[in-house]
Structure formats: structure tokens, C-alpha cells
Design a protein around this ligand. Sequence first.
Ligand SMILES: [Zn+2]
Length: 520
Amino acid sequence: MLTLYDTTLRDGMQAEGFALSVADKLRVARRLDQLGIRFIEGGWPGANPKDEEFFRQMPGMTLNQAEIVAFCATRRAGRTAAQDPMLAPVVAAGTRWVTVFGKSWDLQVTEGLRTTAAENLAMIADTIAHFRQQGKRVLYDAEHWFDGFRSDRAFALATLQAAQAAGAEWLVLCDTNGGTLPHEVSEMVAAVQEAFPTAALGIHTHNDSGLAVANAMAAVEQGASMVQGTVNGYGERCGNANLCTLIPNLQLKLGYACLPESGMRSLTTTARQISELVNLAPDDHAPYVGLSAFAHKGGIHVSAVQRNPRTYEHVAPELVGNDRRIVISEQSGLSNVLSKAASFGIQLTKDDPACREILQQLKTLEQDGYQFEAAEASFELLMRHGVGDRPTWFTVQDFQVHCHQGAGYEITRATVKVAVKDSEHLTTAEGNGPVAALDAALRKALIAFYPAIASVHLTDYKVRILNSDAGTAAKTRVLIAFSDHQQRWTTVGVAENIITASLRALLDGLEFGIRRTVLG
Ligand SMILES: [Zn+2]
């Protein structure tokens, strides 16, 4: 069994355009745990308030099997580990495991740290020994290890020796600049194997040469038993090793056990959910998990694939939870609709005319910019509508939003006219923004009829601008997450006007909440 180590929440956060709230970091961690990742690097306790908060909230989260790891640098030069204020928050974070990273490259020691080789070795050893004394288990990340080995072999090996002797249980070789080639990785990992025959080795690669996955595989072939990477390859510059490519390569191609089969089958969903959480458009052409990874277009391919999928597919899409998409036929779409319906408990068969209608509507909406991947509640409502199981709980007949802003004040007020059970209600409410004001005004009208709506609240709000080359005529896609303490659901709305898009998502969310509480 290979050990998987995810650093999406630490190295991945370095990616341009990547932002995660603390709540979303916790959600990502939960997804990774469900996937079957063994180690999840949560961040650097004390480095910024967000990481601090993550580690504060983390103990409240129950995980199936994963271990959250705190990350930090070695102590600073010229002081003891116990005196270094940077290390105290790492101990306080309360994780069982700590990853310490240290310098392996003489250039980094003299130019970066401006200290001596001997002091660098002491920094590695002292820091690890300090954490060991606090009862922690330690992974050692050897930063720039491959560049270090090229520059001064003996010194690079000495850093690993210092880490191992001080009690590090894993020695992780990092290609921090991402410039190493697979055959060099093979040679250098083999040299480490020879020098440390009993050590557990890990590999951490970056994609600056487009080789992060290939380099990690080369290291595994030489005996490394831990791979580090990020979901969708997020990371600074060109990214880290993409676990969504690396894991299937190792398990399906080379026979290294990485994930249980159920985890492997949830890989595609995980990749897409995490891209939604981090609010970065998913790469449709990503290997294994991309929307187009198993899409077939053009007559000859399609007929060959229909006869035998192996003609144009290197693996079966279902192994990684992806779908074969025949672009010119509706057949695959139909089966998607059917399997989704089953998962919502909706009775639907292939010959049911409602099935084709739902599919048609789905296509039109997707053309308009809707995406239901991360908005299952909206999709469920759409399907229920198709099969005639969508009662009208309320109708918004009119709405207005006013924003008043002046020196030192800002007020947003929404007015809605809602029809509920044969009566009309005009309500007004204020909020700290247009969505909050609309939400409050709607609730005022609905709560007398559906009191349980009081427990439904908005937990997240995300906006993405589609076809942004169209400037202000661009469409806006809004995703809103709701929770009623028992269940969480997400809805989507699309419109050119951001308020209209938000209202659509909001209405779906409230309808879903009412439906849940009234119908159970
Ligand atoms: Zn890195």
C-alpha cells in the first residue's frame, strides 16, 4: 500500500487565484478523508490567522481515517528549538504528526538562510528532536533535495542523516523547483535507497517541467512509498503533482494499491467538488477526471467505442467515477438522468417521455451556463418538475432591491411580493447586501406558513462570471449553499444580472428547504 499525502490545503493554497475560507478548508479535508487520503497537510499553524483558525476548529471534525498534519520550517539559526517562537504554535496545534521542512541545498543555506552547513544540520536535528520530545511523530520534507544532491551530494545526504537520527519517520525528497527529469529522479532516489536502506521515503514534486506526475512515478518505481501532491495539481507556478492523475496511474497502470476501490470511483466527483470549493473552473481536459477525458465525438470513433470502448479509451471511465460521453448521441445522457433520478428516489424509466424532456431541459440550461455538478438541489427540483412532483409552495411576483450609500452609511433594502396559498404578501427587510436583504424579506413572508424555514440558513455564496470576454454583458453563475443543521444543499442560478441570478439560486434553496421539512 502506498501512502498518500495531500498538500492541497498548504502547497495548493500558493496557487494563483486560489482562496479558501476556513469552513471550506475543513470541507476539503473531509472530502479528502472520504476519498481515502492518509495524510492531509492542513497548513502552517501560526503563519496566518486562517491556518491558526483551521487548527483551532479541526479537532471538532471527525475523520474516518485521515490524519491532519501541521507543517513548519526548522528552527531559525542561532537559537534553540524551545526558544523559537515559530515552533510553539505548531506544538499547540495538537496534531499527532508534524512535517518539518529543511534545507538540502548548500546554495539555499548560504544564500537563503545566510548560515553555515553545520548550523543547518543542527537546525534540522534540533527541530525534529524538539517535536519528538513533545510526543509528536515527524515527517521530514527535504526542500530542494534534488538540486542539493546535484550540487553537493555528501551534504544533501547528511541532511537526511540528521533528520533520520533525530527521529523523523519519513524522509520526503522534494523537487521544489520542478526542474528535475524522471531519469535523474530514478538515479538519485536509488542513491538514497542505497545510503538509507531502511528509511521510509516520500516524493514531493512540482510541475515546472510538466513532469511532476512522471517524476513521482519514477520515485515510486525506485522504492519511495509515499507520494505527495494536490487535488487537480493546484500549487504555485505550474502546480504540484496532480493526485487525480498520479493515483490512477499508480494503481490502475502499475498495480500499486493507493485507494480502496470505492475511493477510486469517487475520484472524479472529488476533483469537481474541490474545484467548486476553491472556485476555480475545472479543467475539462484533465486526464481521468476531466469532463472530456472520455468524450467521443466524430462518427468513426463513436461507432468503434460503442462496439468496444477499448478502441479509444485507455481505461474504463467508471474505474475513476467518470462517464463516457458520446457527444452526438443522447444515450449516455439518458443513463445519467436515470442514475441521478434513482439517487434522488425518483421513479423514472428510459421509455418515460419525461426522461427525454428532462434531458432536453438540462441541455438548454447547460447551454445557458447552468452547471449542476455542484448544485444537486437545483437538479433534483428540475427532475421533480419533469415528473410532475413539484408543488408550488410560493411564487415571487415582484421584487425590488435598493442600495443607498452615503458618507458613513450603507443600507440595502429589499421588497418582495410573494403569493403563498392564495394570499399575497408584501414584505420589506434590510440586509448587509442584496442577497441577505432578499433572503430576509422572503423569510418574513414565508415563515408564517412554513415555520421550519427558520432553521434554514445560507452557509456560502459563490459567484463566477461566464464568457467574461463579453464584458458587462457576461453571464453570472451564482452558487448558494444552505444548511438546516442536518443536511447541506447547494443551488444554482444564472442570469446576466447578478441579483436575478442570486434570486434564482435563493428561491431554489428555500423551496428545497421547505420541501424537505414539509414532505420529510
Ligand atoms: Zn512544494
